[in-house]
Design a protein around this ligand. Structure first.
Ligand SMILES: NC(=O)c1ccc[n+]([C@@H]2O[C@H](COP(=O)([O-])OP(=O)(O)OC[C@H]3O[C@@H](n4cnc5c(N)ncnc54)[C@H](OP(=O)(O)O)[C@@H]3O)[C@@H](O)[C@H]2O)c1
Length: 288
């Protein structure tokens, strides 16, 4: 745990609930390794208190915070400035507190792309992707894939209207990327044959007992990389079944790590100690 004294600089994460967050472990290990007198705290905030909490962070001289469910969209209206990426995605997961100013970033997409490239050695440029889900994480993944040069993005969602609105957002910002919105019902076999990357951006699979999958694995094959944004369990039922069909697989732990590393760099202006952060996460999850 971090040593705390009168000179300690504070960071943390706001969300509700936060019982299972892995971010404090990862960031405190990084601060300790880098010899920084900084500390990262879980900050449980109820919905009605968001504005007071953000204002309080300024008064308490916090350096910055991460924002998690369910507040990534809600905090946007309190930002003094936001990156264009966060504005397009419509969600903020990292706030840099600069005196009286709150500057909003979204590092989820960068985390996803870094994990794709570094952990799975996959370059999305010129490739097609099928994303299951159309919520905040799906938006970050879709926009970052389009920015990274994906040629085709198919969004499949339980509520088709949300898939359509994500596709409209992509079409408006990335006209050269071919987009298609689909509901869960109907024949998806053609969609799988048009893509190399399949991403689960829904919470389906978080409960390993239920053995649920977000979408059928029948049309997966050895030419697919299948990613699940879920990191607990480390390997979801979806990834296990995809692996059995010969697909390459990637869990969500790398995305968590790389989005956290990007937040660390925004706050400290230092390179993040990725290896130490990964070790801390893996130790916490019992993988070491
Ligand atoms: N690895 C990481 O660093 C990282 C970062 C961010 C998020 N995540 C994970 O990504 C997942 C999605 O997060 P989010 O922030 O995007 O959540 P969100 O905004 O609430 O969106 C959830 C999405 O999942 C769909 N969905 C939820 N329950 C469903 C069900 N029972 N059947 C079919 N579809 C269902 C929703 O469909 P509707 O539109 O029909 O409601 C929506 O598209 C979570 O598991 C989260 O933990 C991981």
């Amino acid at each position: 745990m971090c040593k705390v004294d009168g000179k300690t600089k504070l960071t943390g994460i706001i969300g509700y609930p936060l019982e299972y967050t892995l971010s404090p472990v990862m960031h405190n290990a990084a601060f300790q390794y880098m010899g920084l007198n900084w500390c990262y705290l879980p900050l449980v905030v109820e919905e009605a208190d968001i504005y007071r909490a953000l204002d309080g962070l300024k008064a308490l001289n916090f350096m910055g915070v991460n924002v998690t469910m369910p507040y990534k969209e809600a905090v946007m209206s309190f930002m003094d400035e936001m990156t264009s990426y966060a504005q397009i995605v419509g969600a903020v997961n990292t706030i840099h507190i600069q005196g009286e100013r709150l500057v909003g970033y979204n590092t989820d997409g960068r985390g996803f792309i870094s994990s794709l490239q570094q952990d799975a050695k996959f370059d999305p440029r010129g490739k097609g992707a099928l994303i299951v889900g159309a919520g905040g994480a799906a938006r970050a993944v879709a926009v970052s894939l389009a920015l990274a040069g994906s040629s085709r993005i198919i969004v499949v969602n339980r509520t088709p209207e949300r898939a359509q609105s994500l596709c409209q957002l992509l079409q408006g910002n990335f006209p050269s990327c071919e987009v298609k919105a689909m509901g869960m019902e109907g024949d998806l076999s053609g969609a799988f044959s048009e893509v190399e990357l399949v991403v689960n951006a829904t919470p389906i699979g978080m409960d390993p007992e239920k053995k649920e999958v977000p979408i059928s694995t029948d049309f997966l094959g050895g030419w697919h990389l299948v990613c699940d944004l879920i990191y607990k369990p480390v390997e979801t039922n979806f990834l296990q079944l995809a692996g059995k069909r010969g697909a390459h697989t990637l869990g969500g732990l790398g995305m968590l790590l790389h989005q956290g590393a990007a937040s660390f760099e925004i706050w400290t202006n230092l390179d993040s100690p990725i290896k130490v952060m990964r070790e801390a996460l893996e130790k916490e999850l019992g993988l070491r």
